[in-house]
Design a binder for this molecule. Structure first.
Ligand SMILES: NC(=O)c1ccc[n+]([C@@H]2O[C@H](COP(=O)([O-])OP(=O)(O)OC[C@H]3O[C@@H](n4cnc5c(N)ncnc54)[C@H](OP(=O)(O)O)[C@@H]3O)[C@@H](O)[C@H]2O)c1
Length: 335
């Protein structure tokens, strides 16, 4: 056991592994690379490694435009980081079902299909929010594997994502990466941390999560290897909302406060339910056996240490406590 742990500690981190990898130079055509949160980060990461990364211009639902762009760029790899994700959040998809299907189902499958006929590898930046804890997969118990059937259909967004994943399995050239609750080292509005720091009350449930600092290099390494199939794409383990917010208060804002409520109370104020689950990362860790993917509790602490440094460099430390600035009263049971 101790020998295995020390062998694991000797492995490079994803960033270290990426720095020495002789990455395929591309071209990489990145849908969502112009304006998307994750897509822009992938374009930057690939360019920093000397690769040719092009942000796609065509809209997924316009098949002939997508086809023309693919035939013009002639990519070695296509990354699909595009899709409707809803503004301000996925509740939007509940009221815009046709638009959600047009882009996230028809558009995504059309892109994948066009690449199949041309032998182009596609990575679909997908979601692991297609499961919820059940009797067999309890909090602290075994995680959902890539072979478990989706059991969470509480939101239209997740329902369609689960359907697309099932269809993608019929294609042999697709790498499906199941992100969950992505976390970045800044206070971007898409960052899961930013979202939960704005609420006065949050649930406190352990979840699998994806720290982008560690996992986007993992994505680049997997694409470079030409891997295909479905992968749970989170750091190993699970972390709770309270653990995250405690780190935030310790490293970023000592005045920060929040209160908890139950999952039932949370669902009562949302249009669509939110998924809570732990994913099994054995398949991912086996595929990247020469890299040490930091466990989520360790990875999250790293996020806040870097976030504090980044905010100081920007002259924005400590950040505004959004709840205070919006005049939201502190509940009597706030932490
Ligand atoms: N962030 C999360 O919490 C999370 C969690 C799990 C999985 N994911 C998945 O990861 C992917 C990227 O997420 P993100 O957070 O980066 O999303 P995002 O910031 O909302 O970016 C979405 C991107 O998709 C583009 N897009 C929307 N409709 C399009 C269309 N019809 N044709 C072409 N491009 C279109 C947007 O371009 P415009 O600005 O021009 O519309 C934007 O560049 C999504 O598929 C999402 O489902 C995200």
């Amino acid at each position: 056991m101790a020998a295995a742990a020390s062998a694991d500690a000797a492995k490079p981190s994803p960033i270290e592994a990426l720095a020495v990898a002789d990455l395929h130079k591309g071209p990489y055509l990145v849908f969502g690379g112009k304006t998307g949160w994750i897509g822009q980060k992938m374009v930057t990461l690939l360019k920093e490694r000397g690769c040719e990364a092009i942000a796609a211009s065509s809209r997924l639902e316009n098949r002939s435009d997508v086809e023309a762009e693919i035939d013009s760029v002639k990519p070695k790899f296509v990354l699909n980081c595009a899709g409707v994700t809803g503004r301000p959040n996925v509740d939007w998809c509940e009221d815009h079902k046709a638009e959600t299907i047009r882009v996230n189902v028809i558009g995504t499958m059309s892109l994948i299909d066009l690449c199949e006929t041309r032998g182009i590898h596609v990575t679909n930046f997908a979601t692991g929010c297609i499961y919820k804890y059940d009797d067999e997969h309890t909090i602290g118990g075994k995680g959902f594997t890539e072979e478990d059937k989706p059991n969470f259909t509480g939101s239209f967004y997740s329902l369609t994502k689960g359907m697309v994943e099932t269809m993608c399995r019929a294609y042999k050239h697709v790498l499906t990466l199941r992100f969950r609750m992505p976390i970045s080292d800044d206070l971007n509005h898409r960052n899961f941390v930013t979202k939960i720091t704005k609420y006065a009350r949050v649930v406190d449930i352990p979840n699998s999560m994806t720290t982008l600092f560690d996992m986007l290099p993992v994505a680049a390494l997997m694409i470079h290897k030409g891997l295909t199939g479905v992968f749970n794409f989170t750091n190993p383990g699970a972390v709770s909302h309270n653990e995250i917010l405690t780190h935030y208060r310790t490293h970023v804002d000592p005045t920060f406060w929040w209160a908890n409520f139950t999952e039932e109370q949370c669902n009562a104020i949302l249009k669509a339910e939110r998924s809570n689950n732990t994913l099994d990362t054995t398949k991912l860790e086996t595929a990247l056996a020469d890299v040490r993917i930091p466990p989520i509790k360790e990875a999250v602490e790293g996020v806040f240490i870097r976030m504090a440094e980044n905010l100081k460099a920007e002259g924005a430390f400590p950040p505004v406590n959004f709840k205070d600035s919006e005049g939201i009263p502190k509940p009597a049971d706030a932490k």
